[in-house]
Ligand binder design. Structure first.
Ligand SMILES: NC(=O)c1ccc[n+]([C@@H]2O[C@H](COP(=O)([O-])OP(=O)(O)OC[C@H]3O[C@@H](n4cnc5c(N)ncnc54)[C@H](O)[C@@H]3O)[C@@H](O)[C@H]2O)c1
Length: 260
């Protein structure tokens, strides 16, 4: 079993780092997986879409990347813990978690029209899932005295997008969890942060009602969407040892929409 501290824990290099990416099969998680593996990280790929994970594994392997598919639902605590155990057995530790798994639920309707079950479903994946995956990696990070946890929240969690009650609420709660955990592990070498993108063109955005996307995009002062590469670059830096004095924080990635 490789030693957990073999990679450099200074600077921006992620060479040899062990990272779990959730929501790895699509959009932001998929892009970040490729970005991380091109930079020498070992990446465990968690998603509930098993066939897309297998395709991504094959694609990354062609360019020499070292990835481990971990098909699981982020709300299934036993499955998530087993997947983390697998990656620790294989690579000797876990340096980073990038939690991208998320759903929007029904959008484009006002709060009183949202079905309770839909609301609960979104909260379960976006909030409970974040709690489950974070809780699964943190014990190993505590043993190592090192860890980087990054959750993809959303600008809607800071501002509240009308027509997205469940989604915005789940992301606001996620930002709250990050604030708590940032403080809880501040003396343990573990940082816990979030990123709040505005609009990134992914399959998630493609399935939203056009008027919902128009609203979100019209609020971006830069008058364009965020690129997948811009998300990966920011996530990669926060996952690196260099990002050592920021925790409990939500990084803006909104083209100027949020300046706080
Ligand atoms: N795309 C945007 O504009 C945008 C903006 C702000 C925040 N975000 C957030 O970024 C993250 C990634 O979004 P995306 O746009 O890449 O979406 P996406 O739909 O392209 O990818 C999400 C992935 O998460 C997986 N997933 C969903 N529920 C899961 C579960 N219970 N267990 C395991 N995997 C699950 C899906 O299978 C999918 O592969 C999400 O949390 C989303 O809320 C996206």
């Amino acid at each position: 079993m490789p030693a957990p501290f073999s990679p450099s824990l200074t600077g921006t290099s992620l060479e040899g780092h062990v990272v779990m990416v959730t929501g790895a099969a699509s959009g932001i998680g998929r892009e970040c997986t490729q970005w991380l593996s091109e930079r020498g990280a070992h990446v465990a790929l968690m998603d509930r879409d098993e066939s897309a994970l297998a395709a991504l594994r094959d694609k990354v392997a062609v360019s020499g990347g070292d990835v481990l598919p971990a098909p699981a639902d982020v709300t299934d605590q036993a499955a998530v813990v087993a997947a983390v155990d697998d990656m620790v057995r294989r690579w000797g530790g876990v340096h980073g978690l990038l939690n991208c798994a998320g759903i929007t639920g029904t959008t484009g309707i006002r709060s009183h029209e949202v079905e309770l079950q839909d609301f609960e479903n979104v909260m379960r994946v976006n909030l409970h899932g974040a709690f489950v995956v974070g809780s699964a990696v943190i014990p190993t990070m505590l043993q190592q005295g090192y860890g980087r946890v990054v959750h993809i929240a959303s600008i809607s969690g800071k501002e509240g997008n009308p027509g997205m009650a469940a989604y915005s609420t789940s992301k606001a709660a996620l930002i709250g969890l990050v604030k708590v955990q940032g403080k809880e592990y501040a003396e343990d070498g573990i940082t816990v942060n979030a990123i709040s993108p505005a609009v990134v063109q992914t399959p998630m955005v493609a399935q939203l009602p056009p008027q919902q996307v128009d609203y979100m995009t019209s609020r971006i002062p830069m008058r364009r969407c965020c690129t997948l590469f811009e998300v990966a670059e920011m996530a990669g830096w926060i996952l690196s040892p260099a990002a050592s004095f920021t925790t409990g924080f939500t990084f803006d990635l909104s083209g100027g929409r949020a300046t706080y």
